[in-house]
Design a protein around this ligand. Structure first.
Ligand SMILES: [Zn+2]
Length: 328
């Protein structure tokens, strides 16, 4: 029976259950955090920063809340530069019972440190393979998928190298790829093209954040290549308002794509990307609404059921697609 790596060990793929494929238990700049350990994450009441240990408490609170809503597993795409900490994930998982699927990879839109600037795709792939085959950060917790990203700067040289590294690690290990994309910059088609050039089966590739667009021609263009798509930023109205996300989901369900789509929120239990008061201002200004790990089970799914989503479609998106993408 196919198995999937979680932070608490291997589980039978059939036991993943209802899964949110793209949620972050914590997001922090690892270099800043290492150099200035007192630098806080931003989330709750201004003006205070998140106190040491509070990020853990908030992650546990959010994980428990989503378990209570029937979610059994999350895909946790916190890679290098997002502050990946597999022991933090493991503690949250053990305390809450939420199964957490960790990744390897590098999250950047352009910048690479000298270490990776001066190494080629094959040498970078070695690091991803090590995480998948040996374990992450000195543990025996193995990465289950590979993360990479392309955003506003497009698929420039550094980003292309990382996509090729992800592809080569995928081919060597069988691990699937999750590629952060930016539809507004039309990154998806080029990302898919690189993976296919490298010989990766499209069924191993998930183009995250495709749901930031409601251009059905763009979306179907990706689906026709045979990749998975993420409608995975519910609540992040700054990229696409909620109602337009839901209209897109309904249209895609009507066109028969339930077995190619994931629903998630790309939530962060805490983040240090902004000072806390600035984050509050952005949210107050409408950048995000109900943007939590809870939004899909609490709001998105009930509305889609109301709109006629069948049990089979829901099961495909929330249970079976994860198994097929992770083990296919
Ligand atoms: Zn993400």
């Amino acid at each position: 029976m196919a198995q999937v790596s979680t932070v608490t060990g291997m589980v039978n793929a059939q036991d993943l259950g209802t899964t949110l494929i793209h949620e972050h238990l914590r997001n922090q700049d690892e270099a800043v955090h290492n150099q200035w350990p007192s630098a806080g994450a931003a989330k709750e009441e201004p003006p205070h920063e998140v106190a040491p240990g509070e990020d853990y408490d908030i992650a546990v609170r959010e994980a428990k809340a989503v378990v209570d809503l029937g979610i059994k597993t999350i895909g946790e795409p916190t890679a290098m530069f997002l502050g990946r900490d597999v022991n933090f994930m493991k503690r949250v998982s053990e305390e809450t019972g939420l199964q957490v699927i960790p990744c390897t990879g590098i999250y950047t839109y352009d910048y690479l440190p000298q270490f990776f600037l001066n190494r080629d795709a094959d040498q970078i792939a070695e690091f991803f393979v090590e995480d998948i085959e040996q374990g992450i950060q000195g543990t025996d917790i193995k990465a289950a998928f590979i993360k990479c990203a392309a955003d506003e700067p497009g698929v420039n040289d550094n980003i292309e190298k990382l996509h090729r590294a992800a592809a080569r690690a995928s081919i060597r290990t069988g691990a699937p790829i999750m590629a952060h994309s930016r539809p507004a910059s039309n990154t998806g088609p080029r990302q898919v093209e690189i993976f296919i050039e490298e010989g990766v089966e499209p069924s191993k590739v998930q183009i995250a954040h495709t749901g930031d667009s409601d251009d059905l021609d763009y979306i179907e263009g990706l689906l026709e290549k045979g990749v998975w798509i993420g409608l995975d930023r519910y609540g992040l109205d700054i990229f696409l308002p909620y109602e337009r996300r839901q209209a897109t989901a309904k249209a895609l369900l009507e066109r028969g794509y339930a077995d190619r789509m994931f629903l998630s929120a790309d939530s962060v239990a805490t983040t240090d990307w902004f000072p806390r008061n600035v984050l509050e201002q952005l949210i107050d200004a409408g950048a995000a609404n109900d943007w939590t790990i809870r939004i899909v089970p609490e709001k998105v799914l009930p509305e889609l059921r109301e709109a006629g989503m069948t049990e089979e479609q829901e099961r495909a998106m929330m249970v079976d697609n994860s198994v097929r993408w992770l083990t296919g």
